[in-house]
Design a protein around this ligand. Structure first.
Ligand SMILES: NC(=O)c1ccc[n+]([C@@H]2O[C@H](COP(=O)([O-])OP(=O)(O)OC[C@H]3O[C@@H](n4cnc5c(N)ncnc54)[C@H](O)[C@@H]3O)[C@@H](O)[C@H]2O)c1
Ligand SMILES: O=C(O)C1=N[C@H](C(=O)O)CCC1
Length: 267
């Protein structure tokens, strides 16, 4: 079996360091290069937190990297503004891409879906790679048919750049596929302090907590007459995301067009 040749963007990040270990441990994966915001010309093994045996070159620019090495898949674990740029670049070169980076708007998704189709190239944007989080979203979608009054509380570490989280947005979007739009709370309610009721997506309130010590956590709370249902998921460390990254890399080799959400490729 031919190895899947990977370019990893963001190798020094919290997710990037885990992804390097996962790639090294996966026999049918090969890291052919990394894209970092600095360290152009170094080897991946020279980066802090990288496995000592990784002999792939580091580039500080995705375009240069794609021109220089032969790759099957770009994996991006960087930051919202960069992830979009890298996906666009990779698609324009016809290279399959897995994006774990969050912060994509509906307009971004529409534009990039059209580009992936135009280039007949596979891409996966996964707001959350953890299997438990996918199940939490799936169960929340199901529960919303019966208990349509819903609030989401997502909690992340305080280095996160985007709010609400990609997972919270995806959860709310999945719910809107089966739940009629409705307003929640008292019709006359008013915020005495702006933001007290959180953000809103088709009536669903989303509250974002950012604190040191947290990793990635979400509760979807359903209120009914005389009862409350809470569906909760916790990633307690970033190894929780790696089986999903592996699955996405394997799956993107066999798809055309853009898939948004790992639930669409899980059996
Ligand atoms: N989909 C998921 O399951 C999942 C899980 C965790 C994090 N995330 C997302 O993944 C992204 C990364 O998260 P993190 O916690 O590792 O963040 P991080 O801040 O630890 O790492 C981001 C890395 O990107 C690098 N970077 C910045 N600009 C770059 C550029 N131009 N080229 C290459 N690298 C560049 C930074 O140097 C940094 O090392 C975030 O968007 C986060 O929301 C997704
Ligand atoms: O650490 C982060 O940042 C995470 N981001 C994703 C999101 O925005 O949903 C997934 C969980 C971790």
């Amino acid at each position: 079996m031919n190895k899947i040749k990977i370019i990893l963007a963001g190798p020094r990040g919290k997710m990037g360091q885990e992804a390097l270990k996962m790639i090294e441990e996966t026999q049918h994966f090969e890291l052919v290069a990394a894209v970092d915001s600095k360290n152009d010309g170094l080897q991946v093994k020279d980066l802090s937190g990288a496995p000592e045996s990784m002999e792939a070159p580091v580039y500080d620019d995705m375009e240069n990297c794609i021109q220089a090495v032969e790759a099957d898949v770009v994996v991006d674990l960087t930051r919202p503004d960069i992830g979009k740029k890298h996906l666009e670049l990779a698609l324009n070169h016809g290279i399959r891409t897995v994006i774990g980076t969050t912060g994509f708007s509906n307009d971004d998704l529409k534009r990039l879906t059209a580009l992936a189709e135009e280039k007949s190239t596979g891409a996966i944007i996964a707001p959350n790679f953890a299997i438990g989080a996918i199940l939490m979203m799936k169960f929340a979608k199901e529960a919303s048919k019966y208990l349509p009054d819903i609030e989401i509380i997502e909690k992340h570490h305080d280095q996160k750049l985007d709010a609400p989280s990609g997972t919270a947005l995806k959860t709310a979007q999945l719910i809107t596929e089966v739940r009629e739009e409705k307003s929640q709370g008292h019709p006359d309610e008013k915020e005495d302090l702006e933001g007290a009721r959180g953000a809103e997506l088709e009536g669903i309130r989303i509250h974002s907590v950012r604190l040191p010590g947290l990793v990635a956590h979400q509760e979807v709370i359903f209120g009914g007459v005389g009862q409350v249902l809470t569906i909760r998921h916790d990633s307690i460390n970033r190894t929780s995301f790696m089986p999903g990254v592996r699955l996405a890399v394997e799956s993107v080799m066999n798809i055309e067009g853009l898939v948004y959400g790992l639930e669409n490729i899980m059996e």
